[in-house]
Design a protein around this ligand. Structure first.
Ligand code: GDP
Ligand code: ZN
Length: 458
């Protein structure tokens, strides 16, 4: 059991006039008391009260900062442990000094997310909420933060609970049939069962649809820029990044881009990648072969294929188009400021349904169209709605997929007339997988308990 006392700065560093350091654990009060100078010892004060004083250096006795200390004793706290919050005067230096004083007084520096983990372990929040808080800390854009925030507030938990309740009710209908086969409602039960199961399956599917968007919001769209030497790949990277991290050069083939850059496009994080396999993207087909090029591109969520408006299409261009056609690709025809030499009609014919954008990175034209195309591709349609509940966690997605499969098995079972106790097993499995999402480990006994009540009432 983790009972040691942890401390960390819980407000953003370097912002605002006040910073809060949170201390949690069995020894939270004595630890702070060791470096706190006020009118009373913190050991004597009531819970949930605020006290004025100073934090002093435990070795020299020197005053480090003027503070307000809030003492909150378990269990009415975020972690359900004793918690002390020290509000100091902000600014990186005094805050660090106070934190160091607390560490030398016996606290340990908290790991990222550790307060939240304790809140979960102590039953204060459920697992999906805990995971959401962690996502929130890591989220790369405002939009991602909003999704995580909704989840932390329990939106997903409530949806999952509702689904589980539906499954329980369905199971209850089943139980009547399994336990009392002579019961005359059998026919109706079968039809009702099918209807209910289909509704549940649909609801799970809808949640899963959001999973891709959720992952994208959390991890960023893995984006690969490909194109012949000198078409403007580095320039595009630079323009997107609004800073000069990649090296731009006039000599074809000499670019050595510094890669893995996050950029924020209309609230979606774009992760511009260059994995080992895709470095020197201009000649990937030649260098690593068609099959391996496909493997390399498979890791990308988005491929940006650049062509040069000022030059006729080459065989290498055609090879790249051929390669990129199988992926989520946006074709970017760059250098529209140059005299047109590219046969745009041929390009359009070759790329089929993929969007085509024209840009002049030199004259800074067309970038907004490109950004809009990216936003349309990844947050198109109703997924953009602010109150969609995104499933943004890999573990949740896997469990939802399993639950969905179980419900599908149940539906198939009902349709093909397998014994109802087999269907019952499938639905119980679905119920359990959903339960794992919110960290609910109780299974068999609770089902039994609910059933016994239901059947008794009949
Ligand atoms: P890469 O080899 O594909 O990475 O291409 P770079 O980004 O290094 O660009 C090659 C050259 O093309 C550089 O001199 C850029 O300044 C130039 N360039 C990039 N975009 C444009 C554009 O839209 N118009 C013109 N005329 N030149 C461009
Ligand atoms: Zn380059």
């Amino acid at each position: 059991m983790e009972t040691d006392t942890i401390a960390a700065i819980s407000t953003p560093v370097g912002e605002g006039g006040i910073a809060v350091i949170r201390v949690s654990g069995d020894e939270a009060v004595p630890v702070v008391d060791r470096v706190f100078q006020g009118s009373r010892s913190l050991a004597e004060v009531d819970s949930h009260t605020v006290h004025y004083g100073h934090i002093v250096d435990p070795k020299t006795g020197k005053r480090l900062d003027e503070v307000l200390v809030t003492v909150m004793r378990a269990p009415r706290t975020f972690t359900r442990e004793d918690v002390v919050e020290v509000s100091c005067h902000g600014g990186v230096v005094p805050v660090q000094a106070v934190l160091e004083a607390l560490l030398s007084a016996g606290a340990r520096l908290a790991e990222p997310g550790e307060f939240t983990k304790r809140a979960f372990l102590n039953g204060r929040i459920d697992l999906s909420q805990a995971e959401a808080v962690i996502d929130l800390i890591r989220s790369k854009t405002d939009r991602a933060a909003r999704v995580a925030m909704q989840q932390a507030e329990g939106r997903l938990s409530r949806l999952i609970q509702k689904l589980r309740q539906d499954i329980l009710e369905t199971l209850a209908h089943l139980a009547v049939n399994v336990d009392y086969p002579e019961y005359d409602a059998e026919e109706m039960t079968g039809r009702l069962l099918l209807e209910k199961s289909r509704e549940i399956e649909k609801a799970i599917s809808q949640l899963l649809v959001t999973a891709r968007q959720g992952r994208i919001l959390r991890e960023g769209i893995a984006t690969v820029i490909i194109g012949r030497p000198n078409v403007g790949k580095s320039s595009l990277l630079n323009t997107l990044a609004h800073e000069n991290k990649a090296i731009v050069t006039d000599i074809p083939g000499t670019t050595r881009d510094v890669i893995e850059e996050y950029v924020n496009v209309r609230g979606i994080p774009l992760r511009l990648v260059d994995t080992a396999g895709i470095r020197e993207t201009e000649d990937i087909v030649e260098r690593i072969g068609v099959e391996r090029s496909h493997k390399a591109l498979e890791q990308a969520d988005l491929v940006l294929l650049l062509l040069n408006y000022g030059e006729p299409l080459t065989d290498d261009d055609r090879k790249l188009i051929d390669l990129a056609r199988d992926y989520t690709t946006i074709v970017v025809v760059n250098k529209t400021d140059l005299e047109p030499k590219l046969d745009l009609d041929e390009v359009k014919r070759l790329i089929g349904d993929h969007p085509l954008i024209t840009t002049s990175l030199k004259e800074e034209r067309g970038l907004d169209k490109l950004e809009q195309a990216i936003a349309d591709l990844f947050l198109g349609g109703k997924a953009q709605s602010a109150d969609a509940t995104y499933v943004s966690n890999v573990r949740h997605v896997h469990l939802l997929e399993r639950a969905q499969q179980s419900v599908r098995d149940a539906i198939e079972g009902i349709e093909t007339g397998v014994p109802l106790d087999m269907v019952e097993i499938d639905l119980k499995n679905a119920w359990q997988y959903l339960g794992e999402i919110i960290g609910d480990a109780v299974a068999e006994d609770l089902i039994d308990q609910i059933f016994s009540q239901f059947c008794l009432g009949k």
